[in-house]
Design a protein around this ligand. Structure first.
Ligand code: DP6
Length: 336
């Protein structure tokens, strides 16, 4: 186990959202979710021997932002990585401290959640480091140990459900591979600084919304509709349920105590533009995670038209064109 291993894993965008937890620390969700694993927005993570060998007293966590040099990660970031590694050790039995070097293909401050790709990459790299070849189910459980529920979905490519019904330990499960439907995710960045209220706090507050129980009661129908539309590649039904679901998440956030407002005026301008794009005959539907940025989902053939329209909006700082991807993989180039 002396050879460093490098894994690339992408973020994912939820079509049906995880919002509210039965057990927040263990990331056990109140409701099932459905997501699409992305391709271009990814984390690359190299895990190898600690330079201090057996004298090491904690894991060394390094981070590279864009083209800068590899440098020690911030305490907050290193702390979450060490906690995840501690939980992976407890599950997998290996004790030695390691060196972790990680980098994202997108700026950390871009407002795209990097925890899903980051913790998925770490779980997969740790598994490879131990010389195990665990399947996606075990890797999903390992990624969830980070406390980032969405990370449990990023260990699989294509379209993913989470958690699998009746499976112990709440793993994600594959719904369809990436080839099933070539959907793009065109992300309009209207906020590039980190959001003020974390997803963790949003989950914690969700149950204080007077509409949370109503949401939970409605979700089985919506989830079934969306899953059916995904299976049939029925764009109209899919787009309708996708947009309703995102608005519902933000309705819960806004009506929580205290209220959480993730949207900015520019968010509404993007949502309005997407509606107009549809009037112009472009297939496009919007969704938002816990933040102000808008993910516009569309068939790949419409992605260019969507990206051009979003770039032309004054409040949009940057547009990232992504789409469905194939899931984590080992690569040769270490993070250096
Ligand atoms: C709104 O607890 O997985 O994105 O760890 O910050 O990525 P992070 O969040 P997590 O909650 C995700 C909340 C969501 C919806 C979703 O991805 O299902």
């Amino acid at each position: 186990m002396s050879q460093a291993v490098t894994v690339v894993s992408a973020a994912n965008i939820a079509f049906i959202k995880y919002w509210g937890a039965v057990d927040l620390d263990a990331a056990v969700p109140c409701n099932p979710s459905i997501s699409m694993t992305l391709d271009a927005c990814r984390t690359r993570c190299t895990l190898g021997p600690h330079p201090d060998g057996s004298a090491a007293t904690e894991d060394l966590v390094l981070y590279r932002e864009g083209e800068t040099d590899l440098a020690p990660a911030t305490e907050a970031f290193a702390g979450r990585v060490r906690q995840h590694l501690g939980r992976l050790r407890a599950r997998c039995g290996e004790r030695d401290f390691v060196r972790v070097a990680t980098t994202n293909s997108f700026p950390a401050a871009a407002g795209i959640a990097s925890s899903a790709s980051g913790f998925s990459a770490l779980a997969c790299a740790y598994d490879a480091w131990l010389g195990r070849d665990s399947g996606a189910t075990e890797l999903s459980i390992c990624a969830r140990l980070s406390g980032s529920g969405s990370a449990s979905r990023s260990v699989m490519g294509g379209y993913v459900g989470w958690p699998a019904p009746d499976a112990p330990e709440h793993p994600a499960y594959p719904l369809h591979d990436a080839a099933h439907w070539d959907l793009a995710d065109v992300v309009a960045l209207v906020q590039t600084e980190p959001k003020r209220v974390s997803s963790l706090d949003g989950h914690r507050l969700a149950a204080t919304s007077p509409y949370f129980e109503k949401r939970l009661a409605e979700l089985p129908r919506r989830t079934e509709q969306l899953a059916g539309a995904l299976a049939e590649r029925d764009w109209t039904t899919f787009a309708e349920e996708l947009e309703r679901e995102a608005i519902d998440l933000h309705l819960i956030a806004i009506s929580s105590t205290p209220p959480v407002f993730y949207w900015k005026p520019e968010t509404l301008a993007v949502l309005e533009r997407v509606r107009r794009l549809r009037d112009e005959g472009v297939a496009a539907a919007s969704t938002m995670d816990a933040g102000a940025n808008v993910h516009v989902i569309c068939p790949r053939a419409d992605a260019e038209a969507v990206a051009a329209a979003l770039r032309a909006l004054p409040g949009v700082a940057r547009v990232i064109e992504d789409g469905v991807g194939g899931g984590p993989r080992r690569v040769d180039e270490p993070v250096g």
